[in-house]
Design a protein around this ligand. Structure first.
Ligand SMILES: NC(=O)c1ccc[n+]([C@@H]2O[C@H](COP(=O)([O-])OP(=O)(O)OC[C@H]3O[C@@H](n4cnc5c(N)ncnc54)[C@H](O)[C@@H]3O)[C@@H](O)[C@H]2O)c1
Ligand SMILES: Nc1ncnc2c1ncn2[C@@H]1O[C@H](COP(=O)(O)OP(=O)(O)OP(=O)(O)O)[C@@H](O)[C@H]1O
Length: 680
């Protein structure tokens, strides 16, 4: 087993030079939980302090370091402050990061770094007394908390925060003047250069790991701050640009009409058609004001951000504009609709989500359809050929297909030469700007495939059922002409299926911004044990709160649309797809009391593979793109701003209930017969 890793200590010492010594010392103090390391005790005051702190389990230490890492993006002084109180508890045989800990932590007043340092020194003085008391394996019950808090209060009253400067002896404090600080650093350096003693146990190796984590946390705080500042500056710059542009537009609207046209001609060149379109939209928007619906063209005008927008638009195919409206029983309109769904350049996005039925009404007829098909299916291929011909000849629509399908069509007949496709995958990134409607021919997997092609806004999808289960595919392929006639004419009911966006943050990442993703899922993201035979050990946080540690085969974070897929198989509830929420469903948890949860839509879930995990974990997105997660890696998951709008056959609720009855045979039971015993 490797011994003391000097490099890691040097990293920490490096941090000491630029950062706050008390903080570093206090973080290192956590190491003290591990128990006495006598070779360290003679060197320096803070190393002596470590030796008197009672022994705890490394599991707890590892968990807390994970928390520190996670907290690095938050308010670190507070977290360290809190950890100090946790330390008061003494041995960690029974402690986990339970609510009482977090509660206790939350009541401690915030102090400056100097205060924290003073407090920690005091904690170290008093720790033998506390550990004597807590050696009785006191559970983290309510009765223990007041005692700890009392001690803290006594400490605080006896040694007010500013006492570090006057009341505490510099020799004992060790860092309240620059001379002793220098001495401490010198002592640590001396320690590093001392030859290692024989008999150092394996824990030193773990200690070095812990120190590395501390150093990383410190680095992240500094870098996180810098990048946040840079990001803020960038947003400010964008805001200023946007404001200037809006002011210019406002001026144009207020000025006489002829002047406005001059502006357009000057700014956008000789594009009379575009100017006309622009003015028409302006008028339409004015008409929309005060109404209950949202017009796509209203935002089309408002959201142009590039000065050369009309030029770009001239190159692209024009999108059909549409209108979304809300209705619920007895209500004609909904005044709050702007809070629920909004537009951005004509694409549907959700600000907040609604459980009301949403209907889509075209304001100009759709012109372009993308057809996506399940591969290797003859029946799908035949239907695709037929549908393409019908849409072109009868409906005069532009048709896009995947390159594979274009080849199939051309192999069938050169007649299909008019069908458009793309050659470079990057072109799919702007597909949503060209396509008015997507038709899928296949099963649920094809709907998932369609959603995965669009990392941003998704045009409405009409899913035809040519699979086996077809939970999300309510349209029967035999009647495609009637359905498409109705849908192209509108209005249609749609279900806004929420998606989750996921990022992987590797342990080696220097900041949260250095991540892999986003990966968007319509069903779920799954973290499992892969081929490892060990239990997964997954530490889960919801926003800033610790949720639980999943020990089992894995964890599913599912959308409500995905609630009827893998999550259902793992014992999760079935949830109406229009309900906003994130399902937290364990897979085979080795616990008698682990029930699945449903969390609100606005939370961010973070799943961390702790350093004490026995094996790696694997993450997959809608059952695809498996990636390995090593200890220290984290998956961060939140609701994506881009839902997947799918057309309903009847409406969201009717379609959902029909699917659970027909597809899953939900609650199918023979009806009890009438004859037999009855109430007297
Ligand atoms: N034990 C399980 O139930 C299990 C295991 C692995 C994956 N899955 C699911 O399979 C999905 C991938 O689907 P695929 O078609 O690419 O793989 P696949 O071909 O293996 O199909 C999986 C099955 O899940 C059904 N399904 C998919 N999404 C559904 C939904 N939202 N509601 C109800 N049923 C749904 C499909 O109809 C299909 O019958 C994953 O997202 C996951 O939810 C389920
Ligand atoms: N256009 C596509 N390109 C590549 N793969 C696709 C495409 N459409 C679907 N797939 C994949 O093909 C697989 C099967 O598709 P799908 O689930 O639609 O059919 P099915 O299994 O017959 O239907 P069901 O899911 O209803 O049982 C899925 O894994 C899906 O990801």
């Amino acid at each position: 087993m490797s011994l003391f890793d000097l490099q890691d200590v040097c990293i920490v010492i490096g941090s000491i030079a630029t950062l706050d010594l008390p903080m570093v010392v206090d973080l290192i103090g956590i190491y003290g939980l591990k128990g006495p390391h006598r070779m360290l005790t003679t060197t320096d005051w803070f190393l002596q302090a470590l030796s008197v702190i009672p022994r705890g389990s490394w599991g707890d230490v590892a968990r807390r370091f994970t928390m520190i890492r996670w907290a690095a993006t938050l308010d670190l002084p507070m977290v360290v402050d809190l950890i100090g109180i946790f330390e008061l508890k003494g041995p960690y045989y029974t402690l986990t990061m339970t609510d009482w800990f977090l509660q206790a932590l939350s009541v401690i007043p915030r102090g400056s770094w100097g205060d924290v340092a003073t407090r920690f020194t005091m904690i170290r003085w008093i720790s033998p007394k506390i550990c004597f008391r807590s050696q009785k394996y006191c559970e983290p019950t309510a009765s223990c908390i007041p005692e700890i808090l009392r001690i803290t209060q006594v400490l605080v009253s006896q040694f007010p925060y500013d006492m570090g400067k006057s009341g505490v002896s510099p020799a004992e404090n060790g860092f309240n003047d620059s001379v002793s600080l220098l001495n401490s650093e010198k002592a640590v350096h001396e320690l590093i250069h001392e030859p290692l003693l024989d008999g150092i146990d394996d824990h030193l190796f773990e200690f070095s790991e812990a120190l590395r984590t501390v150093a990383k946390a410190l680095r992240r705080v500094t870098e996180g701050k810098a990048s946040a500042q840079a990001e803020a500056a960038e947003w400010k710059r964008k805001y200023e640009l946007e404001r200037a542009r809006n002011l210019m537009l406002e001026k144009r609207v207020l000025s006489p009409r002829g002047h406005g046209n001059e502006f357009n001609v000057q700014k956008f060149g000789n594009l009379p058609d575009q100017i006309m379109l622009f003015d028409e939209n302006t008028e339409k928007c004015e008409l929309c004001n005060g109404k209950d619906d949202i017009c796509a063209n209203e935002v089309l005008r408002d959201s142009e951000s590039d000065s050369d927008y009309p030029v770009v638009q001239a190159k692209m195919m024009r999108k059909a504009s549409f209108r979304l409206s809300w209705c619920c029983n007895g209500e004609k309109g909904d005044r709050h609709k702007h809070d629920i769904v909004s537009f951005e350049k004509g694409n549907i996005t959700t600000a907040e989500r609604s459980s009301k039925q949403i209907s889509l009404k075209w304001e100009s007829p759709p012109q372009t359809v993308l057809i996506l098909t399940k591969p290797n299916s003859t029946s799908v291929q035949i239907l695709c050929f037929e549908m393409v011909r019908w849409l072109k000849e009868q409906k005069k629509l532009n048709i896009f297909v995947e390159p594979r399908v274009k080849n199939e069509l051309l192999a069938e007949s050169l007649y299909y030469d008019f069908v458009q496709t793309w050659t470079d995958d990057k072109e799919t990134l702007i597909l949503h700007t060209k396509v008015d409607l997507i038709v899928t021919l296949g099963g649920d997997g094809t709907v998932l495939w369609a959603a995965s092609m669009f990392k941003g806004p998704v045009p409405p999808i009409v899913p035809f059922s040519l699979g086996s289960l077809g939970f999300m595919t309510p349209f029967y392929s035999e009647h495609y002409r009637e359905y498409l006639n109705t849908i192209l004419g509108g209005p249609i009911s749609i279900t806004l299926r929420h998606r989750l966006q996921c990022h992987i943050i590797r342990d080696a990442a220097k900041s949260e911004l250095e991540n892999e993703g986003p990966m968007l899922v319509l069903n779920e993201v799954t973290i499992d044990r892969g081929i490892a035979s060990f239990l997964t050990n997954l530490e889960c946080y919801c926003d800033n709160s610790f949720v639980t540690c999943v020990q089992g085969d894995g964890l599913i974070l599912s959308t409500t649309s995905g609630s009827t897929a893998y999550s259902l198989a793992a014992g999760g509830s079935m949830v109406h797809p229009q309900v906003p929420g994130i399902l937290f469903t364990p897979i085979c948890p080795h616990s008698l009391s682990f029930r699945p949860l449903i969390l609100p839509e606005h939370v961010t879930i973070r799943v961390v593979i702790p350093f004490n995990s026995r094996s790696h974990a694997w993450v997959s997105f809608d059952g695809k793109d498996r990636k390995q997660l090593a200890p220290g890696d984290a998956l961060v998951c939140s609701m994506a701003p881009w839902p997947v709008p799918t057309a309903c056959q009847v409406d969201s609720t009717n379609d959902f209930l029909r699917s659970i009855h027909d597809g899953l045979h939900w609650n199918l039971r023979k009806t009890q017969s009438f004859d037999g015993p009855r109430d007297p």
